[in-house]
Design a protein around this ligand. Structure first.
Ligand SMILES: Nc1ncnc2c1ncn2[C@@H]1O[C@H](COP(=O)(O)OP(=O)(O)OP(=O)(O)O)[C@@H](O)[C@H]1O
Ligand SMILES: [Mg+2]
Length: 259
């Protein structure tokens, strides 16, 4: 099954191409890391996959649903999404479990038909993300790392087929970041786990759980492929317009600028 197929896509705003000439295919069983400098178009591309913006030219198919012939609202229910814009919409006074359960309804507000089964599922998800102890706490008092996990549990509440995490490790300390990566790894090991798209600025987070990497530069795909194909010193130096050396530590890439 093809999870994502983006064919010759562009997106123009105010006479300027924000995205251009995008070709990208994600198959079931793959997990992708997405890397690119600020403003390279990562979030815009993900917004397009969610149907929040419409391609100016080209064709987008997500979860076998070709855009233009599909009910975007129904499609969105099959996609879990965690981003900073979601974080801003969460009420600080809401209880952690309420937030997780709200993922089932695709809303961030209140709802009234929550069942015992929903509560159990929310608890299981919090457990899976190693934060069951947050039950009963207000979202606002949770640490940033805890908040990210709550939002990921929320996104998983609707059993998404595609899980999009846009810079989930932003602002996390070294330990919290590794814990979050561990939790994400566990999710991908579950039966029927969602296909993962993970945006980061930190290449050392691109652990073996990610089968592939997409490099975005100036609104287009600079390159795409397996981790080993992508993390080569020569191509990375062209990508960053800077001489960089790729090294591998514990099967994760790291970048250094030589003196
Ligand atoms: N609605 C819009 N109208 C006009 N320009 C936009 C719009 N949305 C995004 N852009 C521009 O598109 C470019 C790409 O933005 P985008 O948010 O996709 O970058 P990004 O790769 O996610 O960056 P970051 O790493 O900082 O999150 C930026 O120059 C941004 O200003
Ligand atoms: Mg972004």
């Amino acid at each position: 099954m093809t999870i994502i197929h983006v064919e010759d896509v562009s997106w123009r705003r105010n006479g300027k191409y924000i995205l251009n000439d995008i070709h990208w295919k994600v198959n079931k069983g793959e997990h992708w890391a997405i890397l690119g400098l600020n403003g390279s178009g990562k979030t815009t591309l993900l917004n397009m996959l969610n149907g929040y913006i419409w391609p100016t030219t080209g064709k987008v198919t997500v979860l076998n649903e070709p855009f233009g012939q599909t009910d975007i609202r129904a499609l969105r229910k099959r996609i879990g999404w965690v981003s900073s814009s979601l974080q801003e919409r969460i009420l600080a006074t809401q209880k952690v479990e309420q937030i997780v359960i709200s993922g089932k309804f695709g809303s961030t507000g209140l709802y009234d038909d929550r069942s015992h089964l929903d509560e159990e599922k929310a608890y299981t998800l919090l457990e899976q993300l190693q934060c069951a102890h947050l039950q009963g706490k207000e979202y606002g008092v949770c640490s940033q790392g805890e908040q990210q996990k709550v939002l990921i549990a929320r996104a998983l509440m609707a059993d998404p087929e595609l899980l999009i995490l846009d810079e989930p490790t932003n602002g996390l300390d070294f330990i919290a970041r590794e814990k979050l990566l561990d939790a994400i790894t566990l999710i991908t090991e579950e039966a029927d786990s969602p296909t993962l798209l993970f945006v980061t600025h930190h290449v050392e987070e691109i652990s073996p759980l990610f089968t592939h990497t997409l490099l975005m530069k100036n609104g287009t795909v600079f390159s795409k492929g397996t981790r080993n194909e992508i993390f080569q010193s020569t191509s990375m130096s062209t990508f960053f317009d800077k001489n960089v050396i790729v090294e591998w530590k514990f099967n994760r890439p790291s970048l250094t600028i030589p003196e």
